[in-house]
Write a protein that binds this ligand. Structure first.
Ligand SMILES: Nc1nc2c(ncn2[C@@H]2O[C@H](COP(=O)(O)OP(=O)(O)OP(=O)(O)O)[C@@H](O)[C@H]2O)c(=O)[nH]1
Ligand SMILES: [Mg+2]
Length: 477
């Protein structure tokens, strides 16, 4: 399908042990043959001990050497002047059983930025071009090895921040969503064929039977789609974490709480009010609850120009938050700044927390009856009450138990939108049936539902959509 050969560094160049340069396309093998010099005898990955023998560079196999597919060959990459660039392990994988379904060569060289960069330059000099973002996976999709949900799962796996998010995406990579969607599409096709027969051969008038079948089918699919759509909020949480902003006036212990939750001294903590100036954001998974947690500057009225910017940023983060942890200092009276913050977040989802429970209590929240009742008393200093915060978050965001390994969870906004649209079309079908509209209407809406579902798995996707999806990938994937 593709005439050109592409190459890229597939690993993140840096001080790692190994880097991998990946080549895909018709010319991959030829390029490998031109740049690789085999060292010693032909070795297989099954016999690593033998690889270590005979390290003499002059002892490479010449013309008689050929790449045995799926074997690791040990040797050197040389540039056009036959100067050695690096010592490598190289593997040739023959189409079609490869990541892209094309011939693929992977070169394992030493880590660091120089070797991989030089090898890539040499590869490019031998007649291929640099791969675009996600182009290897795009080829896997266009060559029919995976569908679009599986391609999207690849990027989600790479971007996973939590075990759960990884597990959900692995389910998609295995094609569980595609399987369900494809089976619905097949059923719709079957029903459409039935309708066609009815239109073409009205003498076999089975209208009633067909309509009854369409109704039962549509009702059933609406329930199935609803179930999938209802998982999308959970999917989003697992993918992005619950954006949790710790808010409060200065010195109440926000950064201390942040550090405790992260289990590291990430934010500076001092007894000086106004210590934190900028926001600090980190991912953390506590007892299976994925949090994207944000520490903020203490909110108070201030004339200090820098602190003012910090306060504005804190409030902006609170605006964007899924959840605010409003922190009070129970050893101090309720103050103007506390009340201003309470007013600011009155429409948000909030957990109220009274910190410094180890000190004598001076805080009086009786003016805010509900808050007083709800508030969790903690002491970060004495490690007391912190579990209650996590339990509360968990019960707020996860109703019942979710089994991310077994349940199929939607974690992609594009899928969610298309599922909602497909469901809408099937509801239109049911509306048409209820109102005795002609079968043409039913047919149109069934086709529309099928088209939406087809877009999820990547049947007839536009170039624009493909660009959008694959541009999110890194180069080399
Ligand atoms: N007694 C007591 N002191 C605490 C507790 N938690 C934090 N502190 C102390 O309170 C002070 C302020 O803590 P921080 O975590 O810097 O407070 P903050 O809310 O981030 O402060 P700003 O960044 O200035 O807004 C530090 O001296 C902490 O050691 C606690 O539970 N009990
Ligand atoms: Mg702080």
């Amino acid at each position: 399908m593709f005439t050109d050969t592409i190459a890229a560094i597939a690993t993140f160049p840096g001080n790692a042990g190994v880097n991998i340069i990946r080549i895909s396309g018709d010319g991959a093998l030829k390029i490998a043959e031109k740049i690789f010099i085999k060292k010693g005898k032909n070795t297989s990955i099954d016999h690593p001990q033998e690889d270590q023998e005979d390290m003499d560079i002059n002892n490479y196999c010449g013309d008689d050497f050929s790449f045995k597919p799926r074997y690791l060959h040990y040797g050197y990459i040389v540039d056009k002047n036959h100067k050695i660039i690096d010592e490598v392990l190289i593997c040739y994988m023959k189409a079609p059983n490869t990541y892209t379904r094309e011939d693929v060569v992977e070169i394992n060289c030493h880590g660091g930025i120089i070797s991989a960069k030089k090898i890539l330059e040499t590869v490019l000099e031998h007649g291929c071009r640099t791969a675009e973002r996600g182009e290897f996976t795009k080829r896997a999709f266009l060559n029919g090895r995976i569908d679009l949900t599986q391609a999207e799962a690849v990027i989600d796996i790479i971007n996973s921040k939590t075990d759960s998010s990884h597990e959900i995406s692995m389910n998609h990579l295995e094609g569980r969503l595609s399987k369900q969607i494809n089976s619905i599409i097949e059923e719709i096709m079957d029903i459409l064929a039935n309708i066609e027969v009815n239109i073409d051969f009205p003498e076999y008038d089975e209208d009633e039977i067909t309509i009854g079948r369409v109704r039962d089918f549509s009702e059933n699919i609406v329930v199935q789609l609803d179930r999938l759509i209802s998982t999308a909020d959970t999917g989003k949480i697992f993918k992005e974490g619950i954006k949790t902003v710790i808010l409060g006036k200065p010195n109440v212990g926000k950064s201390s709480l942040m550090n405790f939750l992260l289990n590291e001294n990430r934010a500076i903590v001092t007894e000086v009010p106004g210590t934190t100036r900028d926001t600090i954001e980190e991912y953390v998974n506590i007892k299976g609850v994925p949090l994207r947690i944000v520490d903020t500057a203490g909110v108070r009225e201030t004339e200090d120009r820098i602190e003012k910017i910090g306060v504005e940023k804190a409030l902006q983060k609170a605006d964007e938050a899924d959840l605010v942890i409003m922190l009070f200092d129970s050893s101090r009276e309720l103050e103007y700044d506390d009340e201003k913050i309470l007013e600011y977040i009155k429409d948000k989802r909030v957990i109220y927390v009274n910190n410094k429970a180890d000190l004598e209590t001076k805080l009086n929240l009786s003016r805010y009856g509900n808050i007083e009742k709800e508030a969790i008393n903690i002491s970060v200093l004495e490690n007391h009450g912190l579990e209650d915060i996590i339990d509360k978050i968990s019960s707020m965001f996860f109703e019942g138990s979710i089994n991310v390994s077994d349940d199929l969870i939607i974690n992609n906004v594009r899928h969610k939108d298309l599922l909602i649209k497909a469901k809408g079309s099937l509801e239109d079908v049911l509306y048409s049936i209820k109102n005795n509209m002609t079968i043409d209407f039913i047919e149109i809406d069934l086709k529309q539902a099928m088209e939406y579902l087809g877009l999820i798995v990547g049947k007839s996707v536009s170039d624009d959509l493909m660009d959008k999806i694959f541009n999110e990938f890194c180069i080399g994937k």
